[in-house]
Ligand binder design. Structure first.
Ligand code: AMP
Length: 446
């Protein structure tokens, strides 16, 4: 299968060659012809599958074939849950559309509205927006959505999880009924189906990855450790190869900041990305990480959505996420496009219940192994009564302050320890999530 055979315009094919894309990914091969023929599309695809190009390429082709947008009247609207994802989609649209005369802009909070208003007044073909700020513009009448021909809901499941349903309904009410709607979601959970039934017209469905599975090229490792020793263990894991770009997940913003300070004292170049940071600080942290100025990026779950970093060799969960699906999103950053990836989780006894949830959700083995010198005082529990941290709290005992120990690079890649282990070693593949109740998370701001 080639991009040519999908019916894409020469200007797009040229851009794809420049991007180094040799052939379409499965979601692109399935979705592009459907979108090009004008049908509504309901697509189940996770980050890392090439889903952005799956909607961006046919969208650009459609826009290129029509008249330029009028003032304040965009012709296409892409809605994303987070600012980072909006910026990422915008970058991709620019890359793919570089040989076309198409204008686009992002609309999201955390930055002033003035430049966004000016761009809208000049007229832009494609607006990539987060729902909250888009509604601000609708209220200020700096935007008229009545000319939108194509609507894309990217990571729609996450938008619902973040409490954006009322905002989405308001936006959808302002759009013309006659339009093409493309909905991308990691899963076809019932709320997504309901959204599709309400707002889409006979959508065609494509699903390239079974719901809630992760790349088979990712290996999962759990290191049991006392909460108070987690930071030292993190340093130990990181210091095995300090040149390697590593994404570290923290459950809380405060925890992310504390980790960055701690790693900095230990001589590692680290930055945090979370919702309390200004948009500029977030953009800078991400670009420093991409260019290698910073080797460790500490992120919270919501801020990490939409971060597009190719082929990270390792993702470390400093804390386990409260919701097991977030584990899948987190490690979507490693093992992309067939490359090997490693997901390492530092798990305290208090998080045993969360690990149990993740084991149920995953269809892959998790190797559990102690790291010598960091053996926990309480083993992990895998029974139904396994403890969990309190939602909203740090979930960890207060950690020891002071200078970090150890941690000079020793050369040689980090190798997780042998899974043969008293806590049960290698796990059986879990039975999936058929009967699982999806827990709702509270509305949150990215
Ligand atoms: P996405 O799922 O849209 O976040 O894309 C994940 C990564 O795959 C991005 O870095 C894209 O640049 C890359 N990508 C998308 N399509 C292709 C392709 N056909 N060949 C190679 N890489 C691709």
């Amino acid at each position: 299968m080639s991009f040519e055979s999908l019916g894409l315009a020469p200007a797009l094919l040229r851009a794809l060659v420049e991007q180094g894309y040799a052939q379409p990914t499965p979601i692109q091969a399935a979705a592009i012809p459907i979108v090009l023929e004008g049908s509504d599309l309901l697509a189940a695809a996770q980050t890392g599958t090439g889903k952005t190009a799956a909607f961006a390429l046919p969208l650009l082709q459609h826009i290129a074939n029509g008249p330029p947008a009028g003032t304040r009247r965009p012709r296409a609207l892409v809605l994303t849950p987070t600012r980072e994802l909006a910026a990422q989609v915008h970058d991709n649209l620019r890359d793919y559309g570089k040989h076309m005369r198409i204008t686009s802009t992002t609309i999201f909070g955390g930055v002033s509205m003035g430049p966004q208003m000016q761009a809208l007044r000049r007229g832009v073909d494609v607006v990539i927006a987060t729902p909250g700020r888009l509604i601000d513009h609708m209220q200020q009448r700096s935007l008229d959505l009545s000319g939108v021909e194509v609507l894309v809901l990217d990571e729609a499941d996450r938008m619902l999880d973040m409490g954006f349903l009322p905002a989405l309904k308001r936006i959808l009410a302002a759009l013309p009924r006659q339009r093409q709607t493309l909905l991308f979601s990691a899963t076809f959970a019932p709320p997504i189906k309901a959204l599709a039934m309400q707002f889409m017209h006979e959508p065609r469905e494509v699903s390239v990855t079974p719901a809630n599975t992760v790349a088979t090229t990712v290996t999962h490792h759990v290191h049991p450790v006392d909460a108070a020793k987690k930071r030292d263990l993190l340093l130990h894991v990181l210091s095995q190869d300090s040149r390697r770009q590593t994404l570290v997940f923290s459950r809380t913003k405060h925890g992310a900041d504390k980790l960055v300070t701690y790693l900095g004292v230990a001589g590692l170049r680290a930055a945090a990305i979370h919702g309390n940071k200004s948009q500029n600080a977030r953009t800078r942290a991400l670009s420093d990480f991409k260019t290698g100025r910073v080797t460790v990026l500490v992120a919270t779950d919501i801020a990490a959505r939409g971060i597009d970093i190719d082929q990270l060799p390792i993702v470390i969960n400093f804390d386990l996420p409260m919701v097991a699906e977030d584990y899948v999103h987190r490690i979507g950053r490693t093992g992309r496009a067939g490359a090997d990836g490693m997901a390492v989780s530092l798990v305290s006894h208090e998080e045993s219940g969360l690990l149990r949830d993740i084991r149920k959700l995953l269809k892959q083995d998790i190797a559990i192994s102690d790291v010598p010198g960091f053996e926990p005082s309480h083993p992990l529990r895998t029974d139904a009564g396994a403890p969990r941290p309190v939602q909203g709290g740090q979930g960890q005992r207060p950690q020891r302050q002071g200078r970090p120990q150890g941690g000079r690079p020793q050369g040689g890649g980090y190798r997780p320890h042998n899974p043969a282990h008293p806590h049960g070693s290698s796990e059986r593949p879990a039975e999936g999530n058929r009967n699982r109740q999806r827990r709702r998370r509270p509305a949150a701001k990215a």
